[in-house]
Ligand binder design. Structure first.
Ligand SMILES: Cc1cc2nc3c(=O)[nH]c(=O)nc-3n(C[C@H](O)[C@H](O)[C@H](O)COP(=O)(O)OP(=O)(O)OC[C@H]3O[C@@H](n4cnc5c(N)ncnc54)[C@H](O)[C@@H]3O)c2cc1C
Length: 483
């Protein structure tokens, strides 16, 4: 471990300086801090549950499974939080991010993606069938959206679900190699079932017209039997070693005419009756798909919280080390703590300040998300969608840059695997891509802002645009001259 500031004379001097009570600050920042203590104590007092730096992917996956089961045994059930207390769920994601990011992501796949898709896209029958087993991790599952050829453009997915009216079953099929489900978390080793996103096709009511494609919908598809063997028609391959997050078992899945009952359609937004008649209260395919994706914003909120947790952890490691580390100094005097150098302060203090800002920003997002779930207010749905996209993109990009700065600030010792910054940098990198690629998310935010701008100024004279900009600039770009 990096030397803590208590370990050196300079560290002791720094420690005696501040008149700062971390307890008051923590009380102000974290009203759920008791859960943080419970989680951190679990790992602190059970060091056999801590991930070491030199594990193979198989050992790391086994460790993450053990960690997840230990949390459940401790009475911390993420699905219950995700269902009843979102604030707790997101706070847990933040706490887990500094235990092991693979654990945070594995938990996210199981509870927010697999569990969340069943709860939010399905109806009461699906909740009854799966809730307890998902919660207890007896039914590990996947969220199988991405395909080899389509990641960001999910409306173009090619996997098919065709209704066989004669047997009242969906036939799930991968039509070509580009449609193989790829990168699917929980698939390579654990997944027993998956929410599979596929094009829903039913026979046309006009018998001449063949199949009607109603676009992408979600289906529950069993993957493995109790002994862990793939079911007939299901072929799964391991995606292998990744740059990071090797405690998560990502896999590729191909379906060859797999049959599941008609009720396995997650039918909150659309139903299909026994005769194959399709109905939905949402009139267009794009509105149905938007409603489906809208239910999945929780994943992005969770990632934002996890990323803020990583930023806080990395900044703490770097600042603490820089306070204790000494290099150079005035002639015939003790060496100086590197944190006393302006160059170190210029590197680390903006990160610390931004960590506070992002803490409050993600709290705001979480509170809006809770309100949105409670009120189901359409305007709030739009706002949370946009804010979660923008904040996820901003936070994960900032944290990724911060991890490199923190590593460099700790010099050579920052490069030792045991000190975690390198692992965090590798694990966190993909936060910029999954749950929506950052560039694509920012384009969505831009689209929403431009739509709002057009609605506000449509038909208005140029002068009203000018006074809006004047007002905006006055409140957003405040310049305070140095005294
Ligand atoms: C470790 C890991 C775990 C994952 N887990 C899951 C999972 O459990 N379930 C699941 O369904 N998926 C999962 N994914 C897939 C992930 O969600 C996708 O990788 C992600 O959505 C991006 O898609 P893509 O990889 O096809 O990238 P692409 O969409 O092909 O993007 C490639 C590049 O093109 C750019 N680009 C794309 N569209 C545009 C545009 N319109 N304008 C400008 N630039 C554009 C992007 O910015 C990016 O730089 C996982 C991926 C990884 C790596």
């Amino acid at each position: 471990m990096l030397l803590s500031r208590e370990d050196t004379a300079a560290g002791a001097a720094v420690r005696s300086l501040p008149r700062f009570d971390p307890y008051i600050m923590e009380t102000y920042l974290d009203d759920l801090r008791e859960m943080k203590r419970q989680v951190y104590d679990l790992f602190k007092y059970n060091p056999e549950l801590l991930t070491g730096p030199e594990l193979s992917k198989e050992e790391h996956r086994a460790m993450v499974r053990t960690q997840l089961r230990a949390l459940l045994k401790e009475g911390i059930n993420p699905l219950t939080f995700f269902d009843r207390d979102y604030k707790k769920y997101f706070y847990l994601a933040e706490c887990l991010s500094m235990v092991d990011l693979s654990l945070m992501v594995k938990s996210g796949v199981q509870y927010s993606l697999w569990g969340g898709s069943v709860l939010n896209l399905g109806t009461e029958q699906h909740r009854r069938a799966y809730y307890d087993d998902i919660g207890a991790f007896r039914l590990p599952g996947c969220f199988a959206m991405t395909e080899l050829k389509h990641g960001s453009n999910v409306a173009a997915l090619q996997t098919e679900a065709v209704l066989d009216v004669s047997t009242d079953e969906w036939v799930i099929n991968t039509p070509d190699e580009g449609a193989i489900k790829w990168w699917i978390g929980n698939a390579a080793e654990d997944g027993k079932a998956a929410t599979v996103f596929a094009r829903l096709k039913v026979p046309s009511q006009d018998s001449q017209a063949g199949l009607v494609d109603h676009g992408v919908h979600a289906f529950v598809v069993p993957l493995r039997d109790e002994a862990g063997r793939c079911l007939p028609g299901v072929e799964i391959h391991d995606c292998g070693y990744k740059v990071g997050l090797n405690g998560v078992d990502n896999g590729a899945i191909r379906f060859s005419h797999v049959r599941v009952p008609r009720m396995n359609l997650l039918d909150r937004f659309a139903t299909v009756d026994k005769s194959g008649r399709y109905s939905s209260p949402l009139t267009s395919e794009s509105r149905r798909f938007a409603a489906t994706l809208g239910e999945l914003t929780g994943g992005r909120v969770g990632l934002t919280c996890g990323s803020v947790g990583v930023l806080k952890g990395a900044v703490t490691i770097a600042i603490r080390y820089s306070a204790g580390r000494q290099q150079f100094g005035p002639p015939d005097s003790a060496e100086v703590s590197v944190l006393d150098y302006q160059s170190t302060q210029l590197k680390l203090m903006p990160l610390l300040a931004t960590a506070y800002c992002l803490h409050f920003a993600k709290d705001h997002l979480v509170n809006l998300y809770v309100d949105m779930k409670r009120t189901k207010d359409a305007l709030l749905v739009e706002e949370v969608h946009s804010l979660s996209a923008g904040l996820k993109a901003y936070t994960t990009a900032f944290t990724q840059d911060a991890l490199s700065i923190c590593r460099e600030a700790c010099g050579g010792h920052g490069y030792a695997a045991i000190n975690r910054l390198g692992q965090l940098r590798s694990d966190h990198d993909i936060f910029q891509t999954f749950e929506g690629d950052n560039t694509v998310l920012l384009q969505q935010v831009t689209g929403t802002l431009l739509k709002g701008y057009r609605a506000r100024f449509k038909g208005a004279p140029l002068s009203s645009t000018f006074s809006y900009l004047k007002q905006y600039v006055a409140s957003e770009l405040v310049w305070t001259p140095y005294e």
